[in-house]
Design a protein around this ligand. Structure first.
Ligand SMILES: Nc1ncnc2c1ncn2[C@@H]1O[C@H](COP(=O)(O)OP(=O)(O)OP(=O)(O)O)[C@@H](O)[C@H]1O
Ligand SMILES: [Mg+2]
Length: 287
């Protein structure tokens, strides 16, 4: 989609005015953009015709418009030369394959918190003292949190996605090979995969003070030999009041899945002890 310069200007100003509240007036947009009223009105009208914004007495920005702003950011930086297939459409994000100008393949995660229910939004918006109210604020914050979580994790483990950039409600990740563990792929060595997952949870906790908080077979990718723990916007610190329960739930979910799907069983308390750095890796029995 080719937007005119007036449209980009109006859109960027509308975005700025919208952060922190849901709608805004043409006067505020003109003030922020530093453009004359007639130019702003022209831009807003065009954007409205394309259904990128809503207008009435006040103006609101729609999700495709925010997608467009983020895509332009990546295109201008040569991170995105072409948009590829939709890799996954989840409750909380859409993930698209992106080809860079240099021929690298990325996975672009566009946050969609609040698409299904407001509960999802509140679940991923903790740990911020700021009052977050609008769709924009909540999704920008989630992307920001995930990017910084992955940057921090990159220092302690190789088994998480590499985050290349972030913009607005998106994070750009290096594309990983493989499938989710939910597909129950054939594993070269299931015991080793279980151990590698626990070692990653342990490194995140003991070296970076981080707990995923939403770990399960849905958030683990594998090519059969290597695993990657994905999806970190809801992470909590080791000092979080619910840290213990969240860690137990993360470890329990993985452990139960391995028992169900690969016939491998280990004591959950002992696994929790291991990942928190206070015990040895427990015996894994075939069941
Ligand atoms: N770096 C990546 N490389 C390849 N595929 C990826 C990558 N990151 C995410 N995906 C794909 O996108 C899906 C959703 O990613 P993620 O779990 O981070 O988002 P989500 O919003 O929690 O989605 P869901 O609601 O489905 O769990 C993953 O299950 C995986 O299939
Ligand atoms: Mg997920």
């Amino acid at each position: 989609m080719q937007l005119k310069p007036e449209e980009w200007q109006a859109l960027r100003a509308l975005e700025k005015c919208t952060l922190g509240k849901a709608t805004t007036s043409a006067e505020s947009i003109a003030k922020v953009s530093g453009q004359p009223m007639d130019r702003v009105n022209f831009g807003l009208n065009e954007l409205n015709k394309r259904k990128l914004i809503g207008s009435g007495r006040t103006y609101e920005i729609y999700v495709p418009a925010v997608d467009l702003l983020a895509l332009k950011f990546y295109a201008d930086k040569d991170f995105a030369h072409a948009l590829g297939k939709l890799i996954a459409k989840g409750k909380e994000s859409d993930v698209y394959e992106v080809l860079s100008g240099k021929g690298d393949l990325y996975a672009l995660k566009l946050f969609r918190l609040g698409r299904t229910s407001f509960r999802d939004v509140t679940r991923k918006r903790h740990a911020s003292s700021k009052q977050l109210n609008t769709w924009l604020d909540i999704n920008y914050e989630a992307a920001h949190r995930e990017f910084h979580a992955l940057a921090r994790l990159a220092e302690v483990t190789k088994n998480v996605p590499v985050a290349v950039a972030t913009n607005r409600h998106t994070v750009l990740l290096k594309e990983l090979p493989g499938v989710r563990l939910t597909n129950r792929p054939e594993l070269v060595d299931a015991r080793k995969v279980l151990r590698d997952i626990m070692d990653t949870v342990r490194d995140a906790y003991t070296k970076a003070g981080m707990i995923n908080g939403d770990l399960s077979e849905y958030n683990i990718l594998t090519d059969g030999a290597t695993v990657w723990l994905i999806d970190w916007p809801q992470w909590v610190g080791a000092d979080h009041p619910n840290a213990k329960e969240l860690m137990r739930r993360d470890v329990g979910a993985v452990s139960k899945f391995f028992e169900r799907s690969y016939g491998l069983s280990a004591d959950i308390d002992a696994l929790v002890g291991y990942v928190t750095g206070s015990g040895r890796f427990p015996a894994v029995r075939r069941v």
